[in-house]
Design a protein around this ligand. Structure first.
Ligand SMILES: [Zn+2]
Length: 605
């Protein structure tokens, strides 16, 4: 189709045509999309039905798209045309119905962009954006699921000829500005996105697997370009792809990046995975500041093409976009993926030993932001409703659970790796596993005794993770957040002057301070009969704080206006929170590096 006929098709949406020709291509919908005409966030769609026209068509758009673990309700962005000839209405807000006494051969409607739209702002990698300068098309939000029909789709796309499109959707370019896609299944519609931007796509093939990679990007201030991203994406995907079975690779893996100098309205940044690519949203800053996060995120998204996009429980395998059932194992899909991304980058020297330890510590600290009283199995089951706000913990506590599981395997059967396990799951459970059988499957397939019991205790019973003990065995000294008892000196302000320790602030004395009766200007002369000097004060106080207990009576001698005052009071013990810490145990470095080498040998030999 050339440009002019494309324009005609979009401008004149004719609903009624007498079917002169019935082709063999039943139920193929030709979507005419003209990105040169999009404006004010609106995209008109002209969907021509090829095949026998019908008098009633039912269709809808997803409520939830896989990977978001939330509801988007894309129906709300659709505007149906008003016309005397046809009736169009929605049924329970779920289904659009177009009805006519005459045969209908096309559906015309407008899609409003979802980007930045309140309420319930959609996570931007799953959102649509239509402007003359940049467009992010998510086919599932633009092209409907036709109910009671096995519809196929052909997309006719027109763009400005100085712009570029990046998409894993297979297109044939007819001229500078017109593209026509292959015939697409609805499964492809649910899996593919397209970025329209003024930045030229960078494409390359991974040497090892011949997988074609595309990089498309849009940068609000034009600071970042696909060629900035090329080296890190190439290096990361070359590394990660070695660990994945080639049969899960798409023909083209398309990475679409949006860099924004303003904060994202969803409050989040990150990525959404598909089998044939991923969409990323990052802040726009100097590329150097972003590269570590980009590497980690792309490793994570690429690992998703296996888990959970191919191996998962049966309900995720047949993701119901109207009424999804997530099951109890979100830790396995998100936590394990996050852990493997970090671990494989570390083992391949793309992140340093220090960064690996720092990741563990950071995940631990971030897990404390969430409600850890609810078992992960329960959070997973209700992540779309009651526990929406807890979703982030799957990347943190889920990471730590996966690390613990990896160490459980490592300590019990040093021949076995988690990556191997994923390969086995792909081979043996291609149709998906039963959600509540995952733990016993992992035990059976790994032949490691106790896995089922271990995971049940952590995921379902919410028992504490044995992180300290497990990490110690691979030479890592990890101390979780803890409280230590400290005796109070009374909550006074102190200054050193002329080698004397002077009380400068008594405005917030605690119980102990009041019992001692400090006054401003007092000189601290002795503590438990030991003379205080400006030199020994820090060590004496620290000794006092750490060694006193609540039964002790504390004696303090004060000089006030030249007079010595002897005071005493019962010790007051406060509990002070100490931050978590992590580090290598010097004498155990060998076990740390043995663990690091472990699955590299397994995988690459
Ligand atoms: Zn993920």
């Amino acid at each position: 189709m050339n440009i002019s006929t494309l324009n005609v098709a979009i401008l004149n949406c004719i609903f009624f045509l007498i079917p002169l020709v019935t082709t063999a291509q039943n139920h193929v919908y030709h979507a005419y999309i003209n990105l040169t005409e999009t404006d004010f966030g609106k995209l008109p769609i002209n969907l021509k039905r090829n095949g026998s026209p019908q008098q009633e068509i039912h269709f809808n758009f997803p409520k939830s798209i896989q990977g978001t673990y939330s509801y988007q309700n894309y129906n709300r962005f659709i505007e149906l045309p008003k016309s005397d000839n046809i009736q169009s209405y929605t049924l329970n807000e779920d289904v659009f119905i177009i009805k006519s006494t005459q045969p209908i051969d096309r559906i015309c409607y407008t899609v409003n962009q979802s980007w930045d739209k309140s309420p319930n702002v959609i996570f931007e990698p799953a959102s649509t954006l239509f402007s003359k300068e940049v467009a992010l098309l998510q086919w599932w939000a633009i092209l409907p699921k036709i109910l009671n029909e096995n519809a196929k789709y052909i997309i006719h796309l027109e763009i400005e000829n100085d712009k570029y499109i990046t998409s894993s959707t297979p297109f044939t370019q007819l001229n500078d500005s017109v593209f026509v896609s292959d015939t697409l299944s609805y499964e492809q519609i649910l899996d593919q996105s397209l970025l329209y931007s003024d930045q030229e796509t960078v494409s390359f093939n991974l040497e090892e697997s011949n997988l074609k990679i595309q990089i498309g990007s849009y940068s609000t201030l034009n600071k970042i370009h696909p060629y900035h991203l090329y080296k890190d994406i190439h290096e990361t995907l070359s590394t990660i792809s070695v660990y994945l079975p080639k049969e899960v690779f798409p023909i083209t893996y398309s990475t679409l990046f949006y860099f924004n100098h303003k904060p994202y309205k969803s409050g989040k940044q990150g990525a959404l995975e598909h089998k044939s690519g991923a969409v990323f949203t990052f802040p726009e800053s100097k590329y150097e500041y972003l590269k570590d996060e980009i590497r980690k995120t792309i490793a994570h998204e690429f690992l998703h093409i296996l888990n959970p996009l191919v191996i998962s429980n049966t309900s995720l395998q047949n993701y119901d976009t109207q009424n999804p059932d997530i099951g109890q194992q979100l830790w396995f899909y998100e936590g394990l993926t996050e852990y493997l991304a970090v671990k494989l980058l570390w083992q391949s020297e793309l992140i340093s030993d220090e960064q690996f330890l720092e990741e563990i510590l950071q995940k631990y600290n971030r897990s404390l932001w969430y409600d850890n009283t609810v078992p992960l199995s329960k959070l997973s089951e209700d992540v779309l409703s009651e526990y929406r706000e807890q979703f982030g913990n799957f990347y943190n506590k889920g990471f730590l659970v996966s690390l613990s599981l990896d160490l459980f395997f490592y300590q019990n059967n040093s021949e076995f790796t988690i990556i191997e396990l994923l390969h086995i799951l792909l081979e043996k459970y291609p149709e998906g596993f039963e959600d509540d059988k995952l733990f016993s499957i992992l035990e059976k397939e790994s032949s490691v005794k106790g896995v089922n019991k271990f995971l049940k205790s952590i995921i379902q019973k919410n028992d504490d993770l044995p992180l300290e003990e497990f990490l110690f065995k691979i030479g890592i000294d990890f101390t979780p957040i803890h409280k230590i008892p400290k005796a109070s000196l009374g909550n006074i302000g102190i200054a050193f002057k002329d080698e004397k320790v002077i009380v400068t602030d008594v405005s917030e004395l605690d119980q102990f301070g009041k019992a001692i009766g400090y006054q401003k200007g007092d000189i601290l002369f002795s503590l438990n009969n030991e003379l205080l000097t400006t030199e020994n004060f820090p060590s004496k106080v620290s000794e006092f704080q750490n060694e006193s207990n609540s039964k002790d009576t504390i004696k303090i001698q004060i000089l006030r206006n030249g007079k010595q005052i002897h005071t005493k009071a019962k010790a007051l013990i406060n509990y002070q929170e100490e931050k978590a810490s992590i580090g290598l145990i010097l004498e155990e470095k060998a076990s740390f590096f043995l663990f690091k080498e472990h699955s590299i040998l397994q995988q690459k030999d």
